[in-house]
Ligand binder design. Structure first.
Ligand SMILES: [Zn+2]
Length: 215
């Protein structure tokens, strides 16, 4: 059985989307690449050109990101918006998902989605906000990736996983050391789905929103 890990910082496996931060060598397997809002600097426009070139040439780039909005850490919101917009339009052009980092920026995402005619599929990673906020996003091509918060009973993540449309679910380890199998186990209990069915579900979810398929 395959346990795809849709967002991880912990090295690569054949079934993971490793979040590459543009340092060191280009990864060999599947990965995501983008500019994290924390690290946007004066050269971000140059760096985006590198991201664009790589994402176009290398089919191992399964997603753009993580990128997004952060009101706690990072440069001015104006810069964050521009960098997000550029990366979202790249993802849209390539027909691959964008992996979203969003801290206290729910309104910024909604503003973008209301104004954008052709948004890419956006996977909000590490979802752990109130179900009401998730509900507001259902009109849009927004998906939810769940991780370590599923191990906490009645966390926002655990509550939303129960009600979330099943075609919008993904699973991840992010920066934790947890085995991805543990996240699948927790999700399978919450959803009342076998691990095999869950594995099939998330794989199907990915392949229905991306031009770069997984097996
Ligand atoms: Zn991450």
């Amino acid at each position: 059985m395959k346990f795809w890990d849709f967002h991880t910082h912990q090295g690569q496996s054949s079934e993971s989307i490793f979040n590459w931060d543009l340092s060191g060598e280009i990864p060999e397997g599947s990965f995501s690449v983008g500019l994290h809002p924390w690290f946007l600097d004066q050269n971000w426009e140059e760096s985006i050109k590198l991201v664009e070139k790589l994402a176009k040439q290398n089919q191992g780039v399964l997603a753009i990101g993580e990128c997004g909005f952060d009101r706690i850490k990072g440069p001015k919101i104006g810069i964050q918006k521009k960098a997000f917009q550029a990366q979202a339009s790249l993802a849209s052009q390539l027909e691959i998902p964008l992996i979203l980092h969003c801290v206290k920026g729910h309104d910024l995402l909604v503003e973008y989605l209301k104004n954008e005619k052709n948004p890419p599929p956006i996977i909000w990673h590490g979802w752990n906000l109130k179900p009401e906020l998730a509900n507001q996003l259902l009109l849009f091509p927004v998906y939810f990736s769940f991780g370590k918060h599923l191990l906490i009973e009645n966390s926002n993540a655990s509550q939303w996983l129960k009600d979330c449309p099943q075609n919008k679910i993904f699973l991840e380890t992010d920066d934790s050391n947890l085995p991805i199998a543990q996240i699948y186990q927790a999700a399978s209990l919450i959803l009342g789905l076998s691990e095999q069915d869950l594995s099939d579900l998330v794989q199907k979810n990915w392949n229905s929103i991306s031009s770069r398929k997984i097996k």
